[in-house]
Ligand binder design. Structure first.
Ligand code: IPM
Ligand code: MG
Length: 372
C-alpha cells in the first residue's frame, strides 16, 4: 500500500483536463500515493440527484487529502430542469458540492496564495506575493436562507422597528432572506490560522478584512475575535480594512499587503481580485483545509466553452498540488514542484493560450515535469 491515499476528483469539463496535467507532475515527483477516483459533479446531479454522492464522502473520509478539478453549477431552477425525469418534482435542490465538502468536513481554512512568478506575462505588477485566508464554512455561505419567508420570521421582521425594519407588509414571496452567520469560534480559528502561517513563514503583516462599520453584528464579531488573536502575535504587524477599500488598496499598492484574513464571502471576492493580479484563472489555486482532511483545487470553474480542447492553463491545479504536498509534510517535493513551475514561466517558451502561447494543457504539465 502506498504511503498516501489521495482522493482524485476531476469533476466536470476542463476539471478532468487540468487534473490530468497535474497528475503528470505528481507522477514525475514519484510521490508514494494511490489516487482512487471519486465521482462528483453535474452528471451525478442529473442522474442521481446528488452532485456529491455518499460514496464520494466515504472516500474523502478515508483519504489523507484530495485533489479536486472543477464542477459546473447552475441556479436552482436551471438545475432542476436538467434532472432526469424520474427525479423531477421531488424537491431536490442543487447545492454546490465544493461548498458541501467544505461544510461536511469542516474545512474551515480556505488558503489562497497569489504570487507573481517572474516571466508570467499576465502579472499585473512584478513581485506581488499575497496570501489570503478565507473563512470557509460560515458567513453568507452558512446556508441559512429563507424563500419564501416563513410566517414566524415575517412576524419577527414586523416586530423590529426602523431603521432596521421597514419590511412589514410584504407577502412571503416578495422578499428573500440570506443570513450572514459568523461565530466566535469560526472567526477565532481562521484568524489563528492566518497568524500562525505568518509566523511560520516569516510574513510581516496580517490585514483583517471586514465591513464592521455597516455589518455590525456579524462582521463586528469577526473583527473583534481577529483582533484578540492578533494581540497574541506581537511579532506580526496587524492592520484592518473595509472590504470595499481593500479592493482599491490592493490594486493601488499590492506590495503593502502580505497575509489577509477575511470572512467567507469577502474572501471569495478579494481572492478573485488578487488571483487576477498574478495571472487570473490559470494561476488561482486554493486549499480547503480542516483538522482531518484537506481538498486542493484550482479556483476556476469547469469552463464548458473550452471543454475537450485541452487548452486551459493547468498551472493553478499544479500549484494546488504543490499546496497539497506542503500539507502532507512533503515540503521538499512541494518546493521542487513550485521551482519547476517558476522555471517554466521564467523560460517563457511553453505558454498556454491565456499567456499568449499555443501549448496545450498537457504540454504545460509535461514541461513542468521536465523542469523537475
Ligand atoms: C470559489 C468559488 C466557489 C465559492 C463557488 C464555485 C461555489 O467561487 O471557490 O471561490 O463561491 O466559494
Ligand atoms: Mg470564488
Amino acid at each position: 500500500m502506498a504511503q498516501y491515499k489521495i482522493a482524485w476528483l476531476p469533476g466536470d469539463g476542463v476539471g478532468k483536463e487540468v487534473m490530468e496535467a497535474a497528475r503528470i507532475t505528481l507522477d514525475a515527483l514519484k510521490l508514494d500515493a494511490d489516487y482512487p477516483h471519486g465521482d462528483i459533479g453535474w452528471d451525478f446531479w442529473r442522474t442521481e440527484g446528488d452532485a456529491l454522492p455518499k460514496r464520494t464522502c466515504d472516500l474523502l473520509a478515508s483519504s489523507h487529502a484530495a485533489m479536486f478539478g472543477a464542477i459546473t453549477s447552475k441556479p436552482v431552477k436551471a438545475a432542476e430542469d436538467e434532472l432526469v425525469p424520474e427525479l423531477k418534482g421531488k424537491g431536490l435542490t442543487y447545492r454546490s458540492p465544493i461548498v458541501r465538502m467544505r461544510q461536511t468536513f469542516d474545512l474551515y481554512v480556505c488558503l489562497r496564495p497569489c504570487k507573481a512568478y517572474p516571466g508570467n506575462p499576465l502579472n499585473f505588477r512584478e513581485g506581488i506575493d499575497l496570501v489570503i485566508f478565507r473563512e470557509n464554512t460560515e458567513d453568507l455561505y452558512a446556508g441559512v436562507e429563507f424563500y419564501p419567508v416563513p410566517e414566524r420570521l415575517s412576524e419577527t421582521l414586523k416586530a423590529i422597528s426602523k431603521p432596521y425594519g421597514g419590511f412589514a407588509g410584504y407577502r412571503s414571496d416578495e422578499l428573500a432572506i440570506s443570513c450572514k452567520v459568523n461565530t466566535r469560534r469560526g472567526s477565532e480559528r481562521i484568524a489563528r490560522a492566518a497568524f500562525e502561517f505568518a509566523r511560520k513563514h516569516g510574513r510581516k503583516k496580517v490585514t483583517i478584512v471586514h465591513k464592521a462599520n455597516v455589518v455590525r453584528a456579524a462582521d463586528g464579531l469577526f473583527f473583534e475575535e481577529a483582533k484578540k488573536v492578533a494581540a497574541s502575535y506581537p511579532d506580526i504587524a496587524v492592520d484592518d480594512a473595509n472590504v470595499d477599500a481593500i479592493c482599491m488598496w490592493l490594486l493601488k499598492n499590492p506590495m503593502s499587503y502580505d497575509v489577509l484574513v477575511a470572512p467567507n464571502l469577502y474572501g471569495d471576492i478579494i481572492s478573485d481580485l488578487a488571483a487576477q493580479m498574478v495571472g487570473g484563472l490559470g494561476f488561482g489555486c486554493s486549499g480547503n483545509i480542516g483538522e482531518k482532511l484537506a481538498v486542493f483545487e484550482p479556483s476556476h470553474g469547469s469552463a464548458p466553452k473550452y471543454t475537450g480542447l485541452y487548452k486551459v492553463n493547468p498551472l493553478a491545479t499544479i500549484l494546488a498540488a504543490k499546496m497539497m504536498l506542503d500539507y502532507l509534510g512533503e515540503t521538499e517535493k512541494g518546493a521542487r514542484l513550485e521551482a519547476a513551475v517558476a522555471k517554466v514561466l521564467a523560460a517563457g517558451t511553453v505558454r498556454t493560450y491565456d499567456m499568449g502561447g499555443s501549448a496545450t494543457t498537457l504540454e504545460m504539465g509535461e514541461a513542468v515535469a521536465r523542469a523537475l
